[in-house]
Design a protein around this ligand. Structure first.
Ligand SMILES: *[C@@H]1O[C@H](CO)[C@@H](O)[C@H](O)[C@H]1NC(C)=O
Ligand SMILES: *[C@@H]1O[C@H](CO)[C@@H](O)[C@H](O)[C@H]1NC(C)=O
Ligand SMILES: *[C@@H]1O[C@H](CO)[C@@H](O)[C@H](O)[C@H]1NC(C)=O
Ligand SMILES: *[C@@H]1O[C@H](CO)[C@@H](O)[C@H](O)[C@H]1NC(C)=O
Ligand SMILES: *[C@@H]1O[C@H](CO)[C@@H](O)[C@H](O)[C@H]1NC(C)=O
Ligand SMILES: *[C@@H]1O[C@H](CO)[C@@H](O)[C@H](O)[C@H]1NC(C)=O
Ligand SMILES: *[C@@H]1O[C@H](CO)[C@@H](O)[C@H](O)[C@H]1NC(C)=O
Ligand SMILES: *[C@@H]1O[C@H](CO)[C@@H](O)[C@H](O)[C@H]1NC(C)=O
Length: 776
């Protein structure tokens, strides 16, 4: 009896609950009807309507799952209408997000106007969005990046502007991206090539320009529509499964790659109104699926033959306004009216369709043909030029190796001939220049602690030692080259590995010129710097000026910090605690460079590739602004531009410490997001993403971080790291935090994470279940 009663009560309760839910849904829909100013498709909606159980038609569909609305399709009258001035898109979206289970949302031709509010991302289940043919403007809000279920995004026929956001690949499930007919501009971000699931990419009729990113790894891509933009000049790199390629009316100016004639699924191929050059591949006409080919208004050349074969399903072939010669393929001459064939304004052997005399095409083709030839010449002269530069500064590695080879052969053959005689000045680090400098008290006492580093004392090496360590500069020891010179890996007699930097002098200096520098370098020892172990001068016999300096550094075995994030593609990954630890290491290294010696070493152009990890995963900075290098290497520094513009470098040197803070911010960004950041623009875009996610909820925040750490970082710790990262990347140098401030925050983030970890381990012994312990 009691149990029956209980069941009854539960039933009534649930009924009541579902009724409530329904009525709140109804209110929301009625409010939407009102905000959209009662469009005709919603005219039948009343408060008595049972929304989940009405018939759907082409202009209105509501789909429910267990009384919650999962799909809403409303299609209005036409593009021409605009809602009145009192329409507020903000109120509209605020109302819309009260249907939190929406998966599919279609709001087409309703006259909706205004910038798309970011809060639409609160509809976190969204999978398909089609908001075409409205009057939406502004950029795509960054909050959309948290819509991890989104598969289809269609915003055609609006007035959106700005660039295609670099974070677009956070929508990793995206299969359809259609932004036709808007005002988007800029170049496409390379992150587009990470959208593995993309099937349709339609960007027609915008103001995009520049090279199309490599799309050849997008195995699912079938439709590529880029018409009416300013893309070019190279034909895009594509996979073989394309069905539709539309490049009409852009600025392409290249040949058609040969492998296009192996796109066996290709149906529609429209490259008209560009400046494509080179031969037209008639094999395209016989592709098994091809139905539409339009190559008109280009500069394509080549001779057609009558015996060329065609696919029988060809409906449209437009070859007009090119430089084709020969005779029209027989298979194209058809009596049936369901095939259109245009070939006017070529030089074909036919009296039809207004042909030019053959010499016209020949001269035109020659005019176009000059291009590749000229290119060749350019290349040749470029090589010579490069060699010229290399003679002075040693450019590419390959060329360097070549030269090394030549030099070494030359050496062994003609030791007496060309090479300037060299000898070694053996100088003793202890004598002469050190005592004075030390007594100058230029160095803060901190530097004296470095006995504790476990490094051997700084010393001066002999040339024999250097040669023995590198096996006489064997090519096998060569590990690379940066703006300052070549680097070799070597092994000292005691078995320890070292990295030897070789710096060539272009001017004449005596060893005395470098004594002060060497003294300073010997003091730049810190557990978070790759420290120098010693140096060696090679001097010219003629005038005892220095011809080369070798700087010997400790060898750090565990690769770069980047190789330990998801974008490093090495399979190795640091956990969250280790990442904070690495960041703290880098920050301490910077702090030492700034304050550990006088004067401080600033503007170090820090990059994540210059942070190495030792066998205990301790971070060490390898490339700092060595005073010696910055003096000699000034000319070369330009070569190593890493894409980061230092607009913030203050000519007066006022905020010189803040350049390093910015660079540190970029490193933090990579650590948190697990992404390679190449340019200032990338850094700026990701900073904005981080900033937006700080205002959003925890799920959104987690969705953007490196997936290797997504689950195991504590909310408060992550947030602290994100906040300090954003502050480091502030445009105005003066507003960036000090290195001490940075360190304080990093240490706080570490402590929070640590305390939580300790707690979870002691309580349950199950560090793998963060959720449970996190909410204690
Ligand atoms: C907006 O103004 C129109 C008249 O121009 C009026 O009919 C409508 O009710 C107003 N809508 C709102 C939401 O105030
Ligand atoms: C679709 O149905 C709605 C009501 O369910 C009605 O108001 C609307 O006029 C219908 N539209 C068409 C095109 O039939
Ligand atoms: C419809 O809703 C309005 C206010 O929301 C209310 O005044 C009216 O009585 C309702 N009509 C019916 C038939 O429920
Ligand atoms: C968006 O929805 C409208 C209306 O249903 C439809 O006509 C249009 O084809 C859709 N857009 C895309 C790209 O599917
Ligand atoms: C894109 O257009 C906007 C105006 O809509 C302009 O401010 C911006 O500079 C343009 N960006 C590029 C990269 O052309
Ligand atoms: C081919 O493209 C040109 C230029 O884009 C266009 O004018 C022409 O109508 C197209 N031909 C056919 C048959 O569609
Ligand atoms: C087509 O004809 C040309 C010359 O008329 C000849 O060189 C070529 O081999 C022929 N191709 C085929 C596939 O028969
Ligand atoms: C086209 O029609 C003409 C007669 O009008 C005929 O001689 C020719 O064989 C036909 N061509 C084809 C490809 O059917």
């Amino acid at each position: 009896m009691a149990s029956v009663f209980l069941v009854l009560v539960t039933f009534l309760l649930s009924l009541n609950y579902s009724q409530q839910l329904q009525s709140s849904n109804s209110q929301t829909l009625l409010r939407i009807q009102q905000l959209l100013n009662f469009p005709s498709s919603l005219r039948s909606w009343k408060n008595s309507t049972d929304f989940c159980n009405t018939d759907s038609n082409s202009s209105l569909t509501v789909v429910c799952y267990e009384d919650t609305i999962t799909q809403l399709h409303i299609i209005g009258e036409g593009k021409s209408q605009t809602l009145s001035k009192n329409f507020s898109i903000d109120s509209f979206v605020t109302t819309l997000v009260k249907l939190p289970s929406l998966k599919v949302l279609t709001l087409v031709s309703l006259g909706i106007w205004g910038p798309l509010p970011g809060k639409i991302a609160r509809l976190s289940s969204l999978e398909i969005v089609n908001m075409s043919s409205n009057h939406l403007y502004g950029s795509i809000p960054i909050e959309l990046s948290s819509l991890s279920n989104l598969q289809t995004l269609i915003l055609d026929n609006n007035m959106f502007s700005g660039v295609l956001p670099i974070w677009i690949d956070l929508l990793s499930g995206l299969t359809v991206l259609s932004l036709k007919n808007n005002l988007f501009n800029g170049t496409l971000p390379n992150s587009v090539s990470n959208l593995d699931n993309l099937r349709v990419l339609s960007l027609s009729h915008n103001k995009f320009y520049g090279v199309v990113p490599d799309l050849s790894h997008l195995r699912n891509l079938q439709v590529l529509e880029l018409d009416d933009n300013a893309f070019g000049p190279q034909f895009p790199k594509l996979g073989h499964k394309l069905v539709t390629i539309v490049l009409r009316n852009n600025m392409f100016r290249s040949g058609i790659p040969a492998d296009v004639s192996s796109y066996y699924q290709l149906r529609r191929f429209d490259i008209s109104s560009n400046t494509f050059i080179g031969p037209f591949q008639t094999a395209l006409l016989s592709l098994p699926s091809i139905a539409y080919i339009n190559i008109s208004q280009n500069k394509l050349t080549g001779m057609l033959f009558e015996n060329v074969s065609c696919n029988s399903e060809l409906e449209v072939v437009d070859l007009s306004s090119n430089l084709l010669t020969g005779s029209l393929p027989k298979c194209l001459v058809s009596n049936s009216s369901d095939r259109t064939v245009s070939y006017a304004r070529n030089c074909l052997e036919t009296t039809n369709q207004n042909q030019q005399p053959p010499p016209f095409c020949h001269t035109e083709a020659l005019a176009v043909g000059v291009l590749p030839e000229r290119k060749k010449q350019k290349q040749v002269s470029k090589v010579v030029l490069t060699l010229g530069i290399v003679g002075g500064t040693l450019g590419g590695v390959a060329v360097f190796l070549l030269i090394l080879f030549i030099v070494r052969r030359g050496k062994s053959r003609s030791k007496t001939k060309k090479n300037p005689p060299t000898r070694l000045i053996s100088e003793n680090a202890a004598s002469g220049y050190t005592s004075k400098l030390l007594s100058d008290a230029r160095y803060i006492s901190q530097t004296k602690k470095f006995g504790a580093l476990g490094l051997p004392n700084y010393k001066s090496f002999s040339l024999e030692e250097i040669e023995a360590a590198t096996n006489n500069f064997d090519t096998a020891s060569f590990i690379g080259e940066d703006s300052y010179g070549e680097m070799y890996k070597g092994q000292l007699k005691n078995g320890s590995f070292v990295v030897i930097r070789c710096i060539k002098m272009k001017k004449r200096y005596s060893t005395q010129n470098f004594m002060q520098h060497m003294e300073l370098i010997s003091k730049l020892r810190h557990c978070h710097l790759v420290s120098a172990l010693g140096h060696c001068f090679e001097c010219s016999l003629e005038d005892s000026s220095v011809s080369r300096i070798f700087l010997v550094f400790e060898y750090i075995p565990n690769g770069t910090l980047r190789s330990w994030t998801s974008d490093g593609h090495t399979g190795k990954s640091l956990n969250w605690t280790q990442r904070i630890g690495a960041a703290i290491g880098v920050a301490k290294g910077i702090q030492f460079l700034h304050t550990g010696i006088v004067p401080g070493v600033y503007s170090n152009k820090l990059k994540i590739e210059d942070v190495l990890l030792d066998h205990n995963l301790v971070a060490k900075i390898r490339s700092y602004n060595l005073p010696l290098l910055s003096n000699i290497g000034k000319v070369r520094r330009g070569n190593s531009s890493n894409g980061f513009k230092h607009s913030s470098i203050n000519k007066s040197g006022k905020h010189e410490d803040k350049c390093d803070i910015y660079d540190f911010g970029v490193i933090l960004l990579e650590i948190i997001l697990g992404r390679t950041i190449k340019t200032t623009n990338d850094a700026e875009a990701f900073k904005e993403l981080l900033q937006a996610s700080l205002g959003a909820d925890e799920d959104a925040r987690r969705s953007i971080v490196d997936q290797a750490i997504r689950k195991a970082c504590l909310e408060q710790s992550l947030k602290t790291m994100m906040e300090i990262c954003v502050r480091c990347l502030i445009k105005e140098p003066a507003e960036r935090p000090s290195i001490e401030d940075v360190l304080w925050n990093l240490q706080f983030a570490a402590q929070v994470q640590d305390a939580w970890r300790g707690d979870s381990q002691s309580s349950e012994g199950s560090p793998g279940s963060p959720q449970r312990t996190a909410f204690r």
